[in-house]
Design a protein around this ligand. Structure first.
Ligand SMILES: Cc1ncc(COP(=O)(O)O)c(C=O)c1O
Length: 299
Protein backbone atom coordinates (compact mmCIF):
# COMPACT_ATOMS: atom_id res chain seq x y z
CA UNK A 1 0.00 0.00 0.00
CA UNK A 2 1.32 3.44 -0.89
CA UNK A 3 1.38 5.80 2.04
CA UNK A 4 1.35 9.50 1.34
CA UNK A 5 3.12 11.35 4.08
CA UNK A 6 2.02 14.87 4.85
CA UNK A 7 5.00 16.78 6.24
CA UNK A 8 4.06 18.64 9.36
CA UNK A 9 6.92 21.05 8.97
CA UNK A 10 9.53 21.75 6.34
CA UNK A 11 12.34 24.20 6.98
CA UNK A 12 12.92 26.29 3.88
CA UNK A 13 16.16 28.25 3.72
CA UNK A 14 16.31 30.53 0.71
CA UNK A 15 19.45 31.63 -1.11
CA UNK A 16 18.75 35.13 0.14
CA UNK A 17 18.78 33.89 3.74
CA UNK A 18 22.09 32.07 3.18
CA UNK A 19 23.56 35.27 1.68
CA UNK A 20 22.40 37.23 4.71
CA UNK A 21 23.88 34.77 7.18
CA UNK A 22 27.19 34.78 5.26
CA UNK A 23 27.19 38.59 5.30
CA UNK A 24 26.56 38.50 9.06
CA UNK A 25 29.46 36.10 9.62
CA UNK A 26 31.74 38.25 7.48
CA UNK A 27 30.68 41.41 9.31
CA UNK A 28 31.97 40.09 12.62
CA UNK A 29 28.76 41.20 14.37
CA UNK A 30 27.65 37.83 15.68
CA UNK A 31 25.86 39.04 18.76
CA UNK A 32 23.92 42.27 19.34
CA UNK A 33 24.79 43.93 16.06
CA UNK A 34 23.18 46.27 13.53
CA UNK A 35 21.01 43.54 11.99
CA UNK A 36 19.35 42.88 15.32
CA UNK A 37 18.66 46.60 15.63
CA UNK A 38 17.25 46.73 12.09
CA UNK A 39 15.13 43.63 12.66
CA UNK A 40 13.70 45.14 15.87
CA UNK A 41 12.82 48.27 13.94
CA UNK A 42 11.18 46.33 11.09
CA UNK A 43 9.13 44.16 13.43
CA UNK A 44 7.97 47.07 15.59
CA UNK A 45 6.96 48.99 12.45
CA UNK A 46 5.17 46.04 10.89
CA UNK A 47 3.08 45.36 13.97
CA UNK A 48 2.67 49.00 15.06
CA UNK A 49 4.56 48.79 18.35
CA UNK A 50 6.71 51.46 19.91
CA UNK A 51 9.27 48.95 21.15
CA UNK A 52 10.63 45.57 20.09
CA UNK A 53 13.52 43.88 21.84
CA UNK A 54 15.44 41.01 20.27
CA UNK A 55 16.28 38.20 22.67
CA UNK A 56 18.09 34.89 22.32
CA UNK A 57 14.87 32.82 22.41
CA UNK A 58 11.20 33.11 23.26
CA UNK A 59 11.98 31.18 26.44
CA UNK A 60 14.32 33.95 27.56
CA UNK A 61 11.87 36.55 26.29
CA UNK A 62 9.08 35.12 28.44
CA UNK A 63 11.25 35.21 31.53
CA UNK A 64 12.44 38.73 30.74
CA UNK A 65 8.87 39.86 30.12
CA UNK A 66 7.82 38.64 33.56
CA UNK A 67 10.90 40.08 35.29
CA UNK A 68 10.44 43.42 33.55
CA UNK A 69 6.89 43.54 34.95
CA UNK A 70 8.42 42.78 38.34
CA UNK A 71 6.52 39.54 38.70
CA UNK A 72 8.15 37.30 41.25
CA UNK A 73 7.75 35.15 44.36
CA UNK A 74 4.23 35.21 45.81
CA UNK A 75 2.63 36.11 42.48
CA UNK A 76 0.34 33.81 40.50
CA UNK A 77 0.11 33.67 36.73
CA UNK A 78 -2.86 32.11 34.99
CA UNK A 79 -2.06 30.19 31.83
CA UNK A 80 -2.91 27.20 29.70
CA UNK A 81 -1.75 23.66 30.52
CA UNK A 82 -1.58 22.98 26.79
CA UNK A 83 1.65 24.69 25.80
CA UNK A 84 5.37 24.14 25.40
CA UNK A 85 7.27 23.83 28.69
CA UNK A 86 8.89 27.27 28.28
CA UNK A 87 5.72 29.10 29.27
CA UNK A 88 5.72 27.38 32.63
CA UNK A 89 9.52 27.43 33.04
CA UNK A 90 9.49 31.21 32.69
CA UNK A 91 6.89 31.53 35.47
CA UNK A 92 8.92 29.21 37.72
CA UNK A 93 12.18 30.96 36.88
CA UNK A 94 10.96 34.26 38.28
CA UNK A 95 9.65 32.48 41.38
CA UNK A 96 5.95 32.91 40.59
CA UNK A 97 3.32 30.15 40.60
CA UNK A 98 1.61 28.94 37.42
CA UNK A 99 -2.14 28.46 37.81
CA UNK A 100 -3.67 26.34 35.07
CA UNK A 101 -7.05 26.91 33.53
CA UNK A 102 -8.32 24.14 31.30
CA UNK A 103 -8.49 24.52 27.53
CA UNK A 104 -11.44 24.77 25.24
CA UNK A 105 -11.49 21.47 23.27
CA UNK A 106 -12.52 23.29 20.11
CA UNK A 107 -9.69 25.85 19.92
CA UNK A 108 -7.20 24.02 22.19
CA UNK A 109 -6.56 27.43 23.82
CA UNK A 110 -7.28 28.56 27.38
CA UNK A 111 -11.00 28.59 28.12
CA UNK A 112 -11.67 32.22 28.97
CA UNK A 113 -14.95 31.33 30.70
CA UNK A 114 -13.10 29.33 33.37
CA UNK A 115 -10.51 31.97 34.28
CA UNK A 116 -12.45 34.16 36.71
CA UNK A 117 -12.81 31.33 39.22
CA UNK A 118 -9.00 31.08 39.48
CA UNK A 119 -8.34 34.78 40.12
CA UNK A 120 -7.36 35.87 43.62
CA UNK A 121 -5.41 38.75 45.11
CA UNK A 122 -2.08 37.11 44.22
CA UNK A 123 -2.96 36.88 40.51
CA UNK A 124 -0.84 39.26 38.46
CA UNK A 125 -1.28 38.22 34.86
CA UNK A 126 -2.77 35.89 32.29
CA UNK A 127 -0.37 34.42 29.74
CA UNK A 128 -2.09 33.46 26.51
CA UNK A 129 -0.82 30.77 24.13
CA UNK A 130 -2.24 30.60 20.60
CA UNK A 131 -1.78 26.91 19.91
CA UNK A 132 -0.65 26.31 16.34
CA UNK A 133 -1.25 30.01 15.73
CA UNK A 134 -4.98 29.70 16.37
CA UNK A 135 -5.92 32.88 18.24
CA UNK A 136 -7.26 32.89 21.79
CA UNK A 137 -10.53 34.61 22.53
CA UNK A 138 -8.84 38.01 22.89
CA UNK A 139 -11.95 40.16 23.18
CA UNK A 140 -13.10 38.28 26.28
CA UNK A 141 -9.58 37.96 27.67
CA UNK A 142 -8.80 41.65 27.32
CA UNK A 143 -12.05 42.67 29.00
CA UNK A 144 -11.47 40.19 31.82
CA UNK A 145 -7.90 41.39 32.34
CA UNK A 146 -9.05 45.02 32.39
CA UNK A 147 -11.95 44.32 34.76
CA UNK A 148 -9.69 42.41 37.15
CA UNK A 149 -6.68 44.74 36.85
CA UNK A 150 -4.45 41.98 35.44
CA UNK A 151 -1.75 42.08 32.81
CA UNK A 152 -2.53 40.25 29.60
CA UNK A 153 0.77 38.80 28.36
CA UNK A 154 1.17 36.81 25.15
CA UNK A 155 3.27 33.74 24.56
CA UNK A 156 3.03 34.37 20.84
CA UNK A 157 5.68 31.79 19.93
CA UNK A 158 3.28 30.23 17.40
CA UNK A 159 1.42 33.30 16.32
CA UNK A 160 3.58 35.89 14.55
CA UNK A 161 1.05 36.11 11.71
CA UNK A 162 -2.13 35.34 13.63
CA UNK A 163 -4.97 37.78 13.72
CA UNK A 164 -8.01 38.18 15.92
CA UNK A 165 -10.77 40.36 14.47
CA UNK A 166 -8.37 41.63 11.79
CA UNK A 167 -5.72 42.78 14.27
CA UNK A 168 -2.43 41.01 15.08
CA UNK A 169 -3.05 39.13 18.29
CA UNK A 170 -0.31 41.03 20.14
CA UNK A 171 -2.34 44.21 19.86
CA UNK A 172 -4.61 42.85 22.61
CA UNK A 173 -1.74 42.15 25.01
CA UNK A 174 0.33 44.40 27.28
CA UNK A 175 3.42 42.61 25.97
CA UNK A 176 4.02 39.59 23.74
CA UNK A 177 6.90 37.30 22.91
CA UNK A 178 7.67 35.88 19.45
CA UNK A 179 9.89 32.88 18.70
CA UNK A 180 12.22 32.43 15.72
CA UNK A 181 13.12 28.88 16.69
CA UNK A 182 13.67 26.41 13.83
CA UNK A 183 10.09 25.05 13.88
CA UNK A 184 8.34 28.42 13.84
CA UNK A 185 6.87 30.45 10.98
CA UNK A 186 9.80 32.80 10.75
CA UNK A 187 13.11 31.22 11.61
CA UNK A 188 16.50 32.58 12.62
CA UNK A 189 17.89 29.33 13.98
CA UNK A 190 17.20 30.60 17.47
CA UNK A 191 15.86 33.91 18.64
CA UNK A 192 12.86 35.76 19.93
CA UNK A 193 11.40 39.23 20.21
CA UNK A 194 9.40 40.99 22.89
CA UNK A 195 6.84 43.58 21.74
CA UNK A 196 5.21 46.26 23.84
CA UNK A 197 4.23 49.92 23.86
CA UNK A 198 5.28 50.38 27.47
CA UNK A 199 8.50 52.42 27.55
CA UNK A 200 9.34 51.79 31.19
CA UNK A 201 8.83 48.03 30.91
CA UNK A 202 10.83 47.75 27.71
CA UNK A 203 13.71 49.84 29.04
CA UNK A 204 13.85 47.57 32.06
CA UNK A 205 13.60 44.49 29.87
CA UNK A 206 16.47 45.63 27.66
CA UNK A 207 18.57 46.43 30.68
CA UNK A 208 17.94 42.94 32.03
CA UNK A 209 18.74 41.43 28.62
CA UNK A 210 22.07 43.29 28.70
CA UNK A 211 22.98 41.64 32.01
CA UNK A 212 22.07 44.90 33.76
CA UNK A 213 24.84 46.77 31.95
CA UNK A 214 24.20 50.39 31.03
CA UNK A 215 24.80 50.07 27.24
CA UNK A 216 24.95 47.19 24.77
CA UNK A 217 27.79 46.53 22.33
CA UNK A 218 26.14 48.33 19.41
CA UNK A 219 25.19 51.34 21.54
CA UNK A 220 28.72 51.54 22.87
CA UNK A 221 30.10 51.54 19.34
CA UNK A 222 27.57 54.02 17.98
CA UNK A 223 27.72 56.54 20.75
CA UNK A 224 31.41 55.86 21.37
CA UNK A 225 31.07 55.35 25.09
CA UNK A 226 34.47 55.24 26.65
CA UNK A 227 35.52 54.33 30.14
CA UNK A 228 33.87 51.72 32.29
CA UNK A 229 30.48 50.17 31.65
CA UNK A 230 28.16 50.44 34.60
CA UNK A 231 26.16 47.57 35.98
CA UNK A 232 22.91 49.22 36.97
CA UNK A 233 21.01 46.17 38.16
CA UNK A 234 21.97 42.97 39.88
CA UNK A 235 20.89 40.23 37.45
CA UNK A 236 21.28 36.61 38.34
CA UNK A 237 19.79 35.19 35.16
CA UNK A 238 21.76 36.43 32.18
CA UNK A 239 19.88 36.09 28.94
CA UNK A 240 21.66 37.43 25.91
CA UNK A 241 20.80 37.96 22.28
CA UNK A 242 22.71 36.12 19.64
CA UNK A 243 20.64 35.59 16.57
CA UNK A 244 21.19 36.57 12.99
CA UNK A 245 18.01 37.96 11.52
CA UNK A 246 17.71 37.94 7.76
CA UNK A 247 16.89 41.06 5.80
CA UNK A 248 13.65 41.12 3.85
CA UNK A 249 12.37 38.75 6.50
CA UNK A 250 8.79 39.09 5.43
CA UNK A 251 9.51 37.57 2.05
CA UNK A 252 11.39 34.76 3.78
CA UNK A 253 8.39 33.76 5.83
CA UNK A 254 7.18 30.52 4.22
CA UNK A 255 3.69 30.97 5.61
CA UNK A 256 3.15 34.21 3.70
CA UNK A 257 4.13 32.51 0.46
CA UNK A 258 1.73 30.87 -1.94
CA UNK A 259 2.33 27.62 -3.73
CA UNK A 260 2.61 27.37 -7.52
CA UNK A 261 -1.18 27.33 -7.90
CA UNK A 262 -1.48 30.58 -5.97
CA UNK A 263 -2.88 28.84 -2.88
CA UNK A 264 -1.86 29.72 0.65
CA UNK A 265 -0.78 26.96 3.03
CA UNK A 266 -4.06 26.96 5.00
CA UNK A 267 -5.92 26.52 1.69
CA UNK A 268 -3.74 23.53 0.84
CA UNK A 269 -4.20 21.99 4.27
CA UNK A 270 -7.94 22.46 4.17
CA UNK A 271 -8.03 20.64 0.83
CA UNK A 272 -6.05 17.72 2.25
CA UNK A 273 -8.24 17.42 5.34
CA UNK A 274 -11.63 18.10 3.76
CA UNK A 275 -12.35 14.44 2.84
CA UNK A 276 -11.52 13.35 6.40
CA UNK A 277 -13.66 16.10 7.85
CA UNK A 278 -16.57 14.87 5.76
CA UNK A 279 -16.04 11.22 6.72
CA UNK A 280 -15.63 11.86 10.43
CA UNK A 281 -18.21 14.60 10.52
CA UNK A 282 -15.89 16.75 12.60
CA UNK A 283 -15.34 20.47 12.49
CA UNK A 284 -12.21 22.55 12.12
CA UNK A 285 -11.58 25.50 14.38
CA UNK A 286 -13.38 28.35 12.64
CA UNK A 287 -12.35 29.04 9.09
CA UNK A 288 -8.93 27.69 8.14
CA UNK A 289 -8.31 29.88 5.07
CA UNK A 290 -8.96 33.00 7.14
CA UNK A 291 -6.10 31.94 9.38
CA UNK A 292 -3.41 32.50 6.75
CA UNK A 293 -0.09 32.74 8.49
CA UNK A 294 -0.80 30.32 11.31
CA UNK A 295 1.99 28.16 12.57
CA UNK A 296 2.40 24.51 11.69
CA UNK A 297 4.92 23.84 14.37
CA UNK A 298 4.78 20.26 15.63
CA UNK A 299 5.06 21.50 19.19
C1 LIG B 1 4.16 27.96 23.01
C2 LIG B 1 5.65 28.07 23.05
N1 LIG B 1 6.21 28.98 23.86
C3 LIG B 1 7.54 29.15 23.91
C4 LIG B 1 8.38 28.39 23.12
C5 LIG B 1 9.86 28.57 23.25
O1 LIG B 1 10.42 29.13 22.08
P1 LIG B 1 11.98 29.22 21.93
O2 LIG B 1 12.44 27.91 21.37
O3 LIG B 1 12.21 30.36 20.98
O4 LIG B 1 12.55 29.46 23.27
C6 LIG B 1 7.86 27.45 22.25
C7 LIG B 1 8.74 26.63 21.41
O5 LIG B 1 8.40 25.66 20.82
C8 LIG B 1 6.46 27.27 22.21
O6 LIG B 1 5.91 26.36 21.41
Amino acid sequence: MKINKIPLYDVQISKEAIREVTATLKSGWLSTGPKVARFEKEISKKFGFKYAAGVSSASQGLELMLSAHQIGPGDEIITSPYTFVSTIEAIHSVGAKPVFVDIDPYSLNINSDLIRAKINDRTMAIITVDVGGFPCDYQKLKKLAQDEGLLLLGDAAHSISSKYKAKPIFKYCDASVLSFHATKNLICGEGGMVLSDNKKIMERLQLLARHGISAGALQRKRIKITGNMMSLLPVTKQPCRNFMPPSGWDSLNPMTKKNKNGKSWPDVILKIFQPLINIWNCRLPINMPSMAGTCLSPN
